[in-house]
Write a protein that binds this ligand. Structure first.
Ligand code: ATP
Ligand code: MG
Length: 329
């Protein structure tokens, strides 16, 4: 599978702060990442999206210089992961998937920040000042900052972990599955906090996730498939790359049967069909707006009478479900 970089429309281009260039990465003798190329510009939130086992965490471990490419290169904040690991350690904050990898549970949020901040040679008073500013921004009051992490909720622990990752004020924050295991409300709250940190401090962020919801919060997304990058671009540009240019036809019946789904799928100009709720199908066609009369005629010939046919926007879920992006020539 070759990769495609959907072109950037913006003319103002901050420098690339993360850049993988034809990088190949092994763990032991096994090649895990194959010929990976992607980048993120300063100030961006990059979503690294892909199925389980596609290589997301491995790529994140390269970004923290724990793993090095055996072929190709990876640069983080301008430093080469192959020989500038110490500089990368200072330039990045890392929020692992599980808090027990990043926090001491008997310690409070502030004590955790002090403990880890000292690894960056920061004075205690400065760490406390930074941590309480960050924790306030993350919705903590004084009481919560001083409770042992052990008694905090999952969402609160995640925010402490983010604070610890940011206490040395790195330009880049790397988060592995930050929203996994949180309920829908907390997931959105956390992602909103991250966006606020991104705006307030200009921190560039990498959000590793298999959750497509995360993409809504990203300025760029890179899609991993089986150890390769299959696509990279602005989420809206990716959606616009679908058949139909970001729009689809939605056709609704009073009841959907297999027979109806098959017949609709057989309409010659319908490229993809996906279910989109009770009684509805989303159809991906080349010119959705011009295709309504033709679709109605085709359905009539099949003795199908829809309740409604309308134009709807495609979204990132459709992007994955249809996989109908145009393969590069
Ligand atoms: N230490 C290791 N030794 C051998 N293989 C490994 C090791 N770590 C990861 N792998 C393999 O590398 C591939 C990519 O793993 P990785 O953890 O990067 O995937 P992922 O996209 O983060 O998946 P998930 O969504 O489940 O976290 C998998 O096939 C995995 O089995
Ligand atoms: Mg992972």
């Amino acid at each position: 599978m070759s990769s495609e970089i959907i072109s950037e429309s913006s003319t103002v281009k901050p420098p690339k702060i993360i850049e993988f260039d034809n990088a190949w990465v092994k763990i032991g003798r096994t090649v895990i990442l194959r010929d990976i190329s992607f980048y993120m510009r300063k100030g961006e939130i990059l979503g690294v999206i892909g199925a389980s086992g596609s290589g997301k965490t491995t790529a994140l471990r390269v970004m923290t210089a724990q793993l090095k490419p055996f072929k190709g290169t990876a640069h983080i904040a301008g430093f080469d992961v192959s020989n500038e690991g110490t500089a990368i350690h200072y330039a990045t904050g890392y929020v692992p998937q599980h808090e027990n990898q990043s926090l001491y549970f008997p310690f409070s949020a502030l004590e955790n920040a002090v403990f880890f901040g000292k690894m960056y040679d920061l004075p205690t008073s400065e760490i406390k000042h930074r941590a309480s500013t960050l924790l306030s921004l993350l919705g903590f009051d004084d009481e919560l900052m001083n409770k042992p992490v052990r008694v905090l909720s999952g969402g609160e622990r995640k925010r402490v972990s983010i604070c610890v990752g940011l206490v040395h004020q790195p330009p880049i924050l790397l988060l592995d599955e930050p929203s996994t295991g949180l309920d829908a409300h907390l997931r959105h709250e956390l992602l909103n906090y991250l966006r606020e940190l991104n705006v307030r401090f200009g921190t560039s962020m990498v959000l590793v996730s298999h959750d497509l919801e995360v993409v809504e919060y990203c300025t760029r997304a890179v899609i991993f498939e089986k150890g390769r990058v299959s696509l990279m671009g602005h989420p809206h540009e990716l959606i616009r790359s679908l058949t139909g240019g970001g729009e689809a036809l939605q056709v609704t019946f009073d009841r959907l049967t297999r027979d109806i789904i098959r017949k609709v799928g057989e309409v010659p100009f319908v490229k993809r069909t996906i279910r989109s709720g009770r009684g509805s199908l989303k159809l991906f066609v080349d010119n959705p707006r011009q295709s309504i009369p033709g679709l109605l005629r085709a359905l009539q010939q099949q003795n199908l009478t829809p309740l409604e046919v309308s134009i709807v926007d495609a979204n990132f879920y459709d992007f994955f479900r249809t996989k109908s992006w145009k393969e590069p020539q």
